[in-house]
Design a protein around this ligand. Structure first.
Ligand code: SF4
Length: 219
């Protein structure tokens, strides 16, 4: 048994895919749509995906980036214009801010964290994703989580938090607590693009990362 699986078993989280009841339909979608694909075939599947209408307007899919064996997994909403152009999540000014905040707790996307979005294609004009688009794309994300087997998920921004936790609750009410998604502890914080527009909230986001680090250390 791997160290990570042993830890999850010790925490009473094995098997990893013990989903909350409300996520069960997503698990079914994984079982139906993506039978245990490994990284390369999964990435190929996503890059050619036409399951929802967003494939018509994308430049390219934005699969995810980082250490495929990371303890930390960060999940945002959907690609923006720069991500759509470059093919990587969290680039541009928001990406730089995120990288700087991660570096302050010794995390780096090339070394010990994996970063992905709920949606792999950019919604036109950066509109909010539609529920059907989320439903169609969720199997991709779920399979990524299954492959990474993170010990902790950080949901970045209101949309990602509300989608992963299946709630309409505000981000303020979701912060500072340990939730669960797909059997994995999950912490909510602000999206770095939001922080660029609301600089006073950077201190809250920093507090969230410190809380996440403390939570992970105590697992
Ligand atoms: Fe497929 Fe997801 Fe892109 Fe829709 S958003 S086309 S489901 S990869």
């Amino acid at each position: 048994m791997s160290r990570r699986r042993a830890v999850l078993a010790e925490m009473g989280l094995a098997p990893v895919w013990r989903l909350r009841k409300e996520n069960a339909p997503q698990q079914d979608a994984v079982a139906q749509a993506q039978p245990a694909l490994d990284w390369i075939p999964l990435k190929a599947l996503v890059s050619g995906c036409t399951a929802c209408g967003l494939h018509k307007t994308r430049t390219q899919t934005v699969f995810g980036v980082g250490d495929p064996d990371a303890d930390w997994m960060l999940i945002g909403e959907a690609p923006g214009a720069e991500e759509d152009r470059l093919g990587d999540p969290f680039v541009g000014q928001a990406g730089k801010l995120l990288d700087n905040m991660l570096a302050a707790i010794d995390l780096h996307r090339s070394r010990n964290v994996y970063i992905a979005n709920v949606l792999k294609c950019r919604p036109p004009g950066n509109r909010n994703p539609e529920p059907e688009e989320v439903a169609k794309c969720s199997p991709h994300l779920l399979r990524q989580i299954e492959l990474v087997k993170p010990r902790l998920i950080v949901a970045m921004g209101r949309f990602a938090a509300q989608t992963l936790l299946n709630t309409d609750a505000s981000i303020a009410s979701l912060r500072g607590r340990v939730h669960r998604y797909a059997g994995v502890p999950l912490i909510v914080t602000y999206h770095p693009a939001y922080l660029l527009r609301n600089l006073p909230d950077k201190s809250k986001a920093w507090a969230d990362l410190v809380f996440a680090r403390k939570t992970l250390a105590e697992l």
